[in-house]
Design a protein around this ligand. Structure first.
Ligand code: GDP
Length: 534
């Protein structure tokens, strides 16, 4: 019979990373910690653990067996010594045995030494990072309208956020901290849930994990696909919450089957996509979802330096009639303190007061903490990066530098010059043409994708980031701008607002009524990416 990797790790009292490293050593393949392995393998692992004691303490990252570890250390320090038993060496790896005993040729020894040097360098880098404390995961919830994003956030907020003292009003500040049995989880909670895409469009990734909410009575919908495309483009791990399972007409199996059609294969279909049935109404499954979030975060090994240079990003901001500008900042690195100077774009401000997401006054905030700040004179836009300066003078200088840089860039844009790249074509190998496809029906989308698949060459790859039914959205334009994609529409008409957004962001947005005209455009895009042949 088969068992899940993380279950076994828990049972054996080792962490997931160590478990995976043992599996790697054994040459067992897996997709994630939620993959299953054979009972026999488990026995093998138990043996290794019993034999080796704490492997982590013994060998750090992942030497394979004691004998091998011993041999490695023999070659590391070839001091003339004789008759050292492998067990002894394993216990004292620093002082070791003669190379002559290893039975290796000089060439093999040299190769091993090179490998070891490489590994040591890698381990040093990993070790430096491993010194940093863990930080809480920042999670965003995305999905189709009415599938339950707000309800799910409300449920988590009301059940996992410590009740405020009487009289306090809960204010939405764009993010909140939930206390779970496995530690803090930070949720992005902005009206309209656009922060993720807007912030991404500006180049900062604020979320570590994306929850894609899909209603069990409605399955995949256009915005579900959009959300998935955004998470994929951001390279953020996804968890699928199949919501509304309390409804009699709920059909979670259909959602899973539908996911396979867009290459997201759920675990019980043999894939690695984690799906969690939940109900934002009854709370069923929400604990499981939180557990999976912590598990995913553990695997991502999220760390940040609270003592490092401060870096953050604006989640949202608003102007309060009495207080003035209130901005929510997510601290990503370092620690933010009352009295610090902050620079956002070409503005700066001094942190006059700071509250946490529950409205409590605080004096400092470390990584993965959303804080509301009073002190900016102008409302910054969500997604803008926040830097700090140690005093007003420094803040002003930074702003001046940025202004100068912007002017230079504006100047440069005015006089177009041919670069070497323009003449010779970029010199990288395979080029990728990113596309967003929009069509009136699933049938036309499939037809178009079928033709496009045959257009790919060794030199130019076509990457369809999103293939959606219906007119393109402003979300598509954002996605296109983060990935430098072209939006092609077939038999659907973009709205004026979307056209305008595309214009502003200088995105190619084209509409066709005849498939082959659209394909001709793709041919042109491919040609544009080919290196000239001499
Ligand atoms: P959003 O647009 O994705 O934020 O969706 P909402 O959270 O506003 O939910 C849309 C509707 O679905 C509301 O009427 C909710 O009460 C309802 N809803 C949300 N989650 C559930 C659920 O788990 N079960 C049931 N029965 N209804 C739900």
């Amino acid at each position: 019979s088969k068992v899940r990797i993380y279950t076994i790790a828990k049972e054996l009292g080792i962490d997931n990373a160590e478990m995976l490293s043992i599996l790697d050593d054994l040459g067992v393949s897996y997709k994630s910690v939620s993959s299953t392995i054979e009972e026999d393998t488990v026995e093998l692992i138990k043996g290794i653990i019993a034999e080796g004691g704490s492997r982590a303490a013994q060998s750090g990252a992942g030497a394979s067996t004691e004998a091998e570890a011993a041999q490695t250390s023999q070659t590391q320090t070839p001091q003339p010594q004789t008759q050292v038993q492998p067990e002894q060496v394993a216990q004292a790896p620093a002082t070791a045995a003669p190379a002559a005993d290893s039975g290796m040729t000089a060439e093999e020894l040299a190769e091993l030494a090179a490998l070891e040097a490489e590994e040591a360098a890698e381990q040093a880098a990993t070790a430096a990072r491993a010194e940093l404390p863990h930080r809480a995961p920042v999670v965003t919830i995305m999905g189709h309208v009415d599938h339950g994003k707000t309800s799910l956030l409300d449920y988590i907020r009301s059940s996992k956020v410590a009740a405020k003292e009487a009289g306090g009003i809960t204010q939405h500040v764009g993010a909140f901290e939930a206390q779970t049995s496995r530690g803090k989880v930070v949720f992005i909670d902005t009206p309209g849930h656009e922060a993720f895409t807007t912030i991404r469009a500006r180049g900062a990734n604020v979320a570590d994990i994306a929850i894609i909410v899909i209603a069990a009575d409605d399955s995949l919908m256009p915005q579900t696909r959009e959300a998935i495309a955004h998470a994929q483009a951001a390279g953020v791990p996804m968890l699928v919450a199949i919501n509304k399972v309390d409804l009699p007409q709920a059909d979670p199996e259909r959602v899973k089957a539908d996911l396979t059609t867009i290459n997201l294969v759920p675990e019980d279909y043999g894939g690695d996509v984690i799906t969690v049935p939940v109900s934002a109404r009854t709370g069923e499954g929400v604990e499981d979802l939180l557990e999976y979030i912590s598990l995913t975060a553990e695997l991502e090994d999220l760390r940040a330096d609270p003592k490092g240079k401060f870096g953050g990003v604006i989640i949202e901001s608003r102007v309060d009639k009495q207080a003035g500008v209130l901005a929510t900042v997510m601290v990503q690195e370092g620690t933010l303190k009352v009295g610090d100077f902050l620079v956002v774009g070409e503005n700066y401000g001094k942190v006059k007061a700071m509250t946490d997401s529950a409205g409590k006054r605080i004096k400092d905030a470390g990584p993965s903490t959303p804080v509301q700040i009073l002190g900016f004179s102008e409302a910054p836009s969500s997604g803008e990066l926040v830097a700090s300066a140690s005093n007003e003078h420094e803040a002003r200088e930074l702003v001046a530098q940025r202004q100068e840089q912007r002017r230079d860039e504006e100047e440069a844009r005015k006089k177009p010059r041919l670069s070497l790249d323009d003449i010779l074509g970029p010199l990288s190998e395979a080029h990728t043409v990113n596309l967003i496809l929009r069509a009136d029906t699933q049938g036309s989308l499939e037809a178009i994708q079928g033709i496009l698949a045959k257009k790919e060459t060794d030199d130019v790859k076509l990457n369809v980031m999103l293939a959606g039914i219906g007119a393109p959205t402003e979300g598509d334009v954002l996605l296109a701008s983060t990935a430098d994609a072209t939006i092609l529409c077939f038999s659907v008409v973009p709205s004026g607002a979307v056209k305008k957004a595309a214009e502003n962001k200088e995105i190619d947005l084209k509409s066709y009524r005849i498939i082959y005209e659209m394909i001709d455009e793709v041919d042109r895009l491919i040609k544009g990416n080919l290196e000239p042949v001499y």
